[in-house]
Design a protein around this ligand. Structure first.
Ligand code: FAD
Length: 287
């Protein structure tokens, strides 16, 4: 099993953003939208390919550039989607854009979820809030190759029912063989599901074969830390826990040092990393 499924850097001109046009925007929650974009240049569209877990740098002239995970199917011909929460300059500028507007995109960058290596294994996806976005391509991949994997489960938490992403897709995912459990921190009158932190779902999940169960996790660092502790209590080995890390990024190819995390550059060694390789650095303040 590799330490991190790092990929070769993207080929060609990795510095120049390519123009993409907004084809559709779906309002997922109050502050989060999913943007379907298409390259203006047909040759670039034909060339572009990514692996689940990778991200693009989205560039809005006058606002700046931000790292955003790809949240769509990685199968060629699928629409290219990014799910974006408005927090600052770039995401705010994107929020003001409309269908037909263009912005720049370079990528894909970074490591990916180790899906090829996990064939024949059981997988638990565990995430909170917008963390489902970088996991969605992996979920699609597993469901598109369902016979290659053992038991697969998604444990998903949000602050409130209104904060859940992609709610309309859960029914199809369940029909395709994904066990889905959803929890919220604060229920509302229409909520009939679990209430509490998402790691409780992992604590309670019956596992037939922990040694061959792998956890793919994305969320706030504290959530990923407690997820790892729950996994260990469930006797899942440390080397079977994978997380996706975030830090501010500038160059996205390991040159500028903005996203350095201990010995790793999260833009090229990450964002997907094996938990045991980064765990010693997680408690270090300021990293
Ligand atoms: C690999 C990776 C994947 C990511 N995937 C996604 C994704 O799929 N979807 C998504 O929505 N986000 C994603 N992010 C996060 C996203 O890149 C950041 O939120 C990014 O900073 C947004 O850029 P912005 O210009 O809109 O925000 P910025 O203007 O950079 O602001 C970001 C945050 O910093 C605060 N801030 C800004 N300026 C200051 C200041 N001067 N002092 C103090 N605080 C300040 C803002 O209030 C805000 O909370 C990802 C990040 C990484 C590294």
């Amino acid at each position: 099993m590799p330490v991190s499924p790092a990929l070769a850097p993207p080929q060609g001109d990795i510095w120049t953003p390519h123009a993409v046009r907004i084809v559709d925007v779906v309002q997922d929650t109050d502050d989060t939208r999913t943007y379907h974009v298409a390259f203006d240049d047909a040759r670039q569209a034909a060339r572009y390919a990514f692996r689940p877990g990778q991200f693009n740098m989205l560039y809005v002239p006058g606002a700046g550039e931000a790292a955003i995970s790809i949240s769509s199917r990685s199968r060629s011909g699928s629409p290219l989607l990014h799910t974006i929460r408005t927090v600052g300059n770039v995401t705010g500028a994107l929020e003001r854009m409309r269908v037909g507007d263009t912005f720049g995109l370079r990528g894909p960058f970074g490591s990916c979820w180790p899906l090829e290596e996990l064939r024949g294994q059981h997988i638990i996806f565990i995430t909170g809030g917008i963390g489902l976005a970088p996991l969605r391509p992996a979920i699609y991949h597993v469901l598109d190759h369902r016979e290659d994997y053992g038991d697969v489960a998604l444990l998903y938490g949000a602050r409130t029912p209104d904060g859940l992403l992609y709610e309309g897709e859960y029914r199809d995912w369940i029909a395709d063989g994904l066990r889905v459990q959803v929890t919220v921190d604060r229920a509302d009158p229409r909520w009939a599901g679990y209430v509490g932190v998402v790691t409780l779902l992992l604590d309670r999940l019956p596992l037939s074969d922990p040694a061959n169960t792998h956890v793919l996790c994305c969320g706030p660092e504290v959530m990923m830390h407690y997820t790892a502790l729950s996994a260990f209590r469930q006797r899942i080995p440390a080397q079977n826990v994978w997380i996706s890390m975030e830090r501010n990024m500038n160059c996205a190819i390991g040159l500028c040092g903005h996203c350095q995390f201990g010995p790793s550059f999260l833009c090229k060694d990450g964002p997907v990393l094996r938990y045991d390789r980064v765990a010693p650095f997680l408690p270090v303040r300021g990293l």
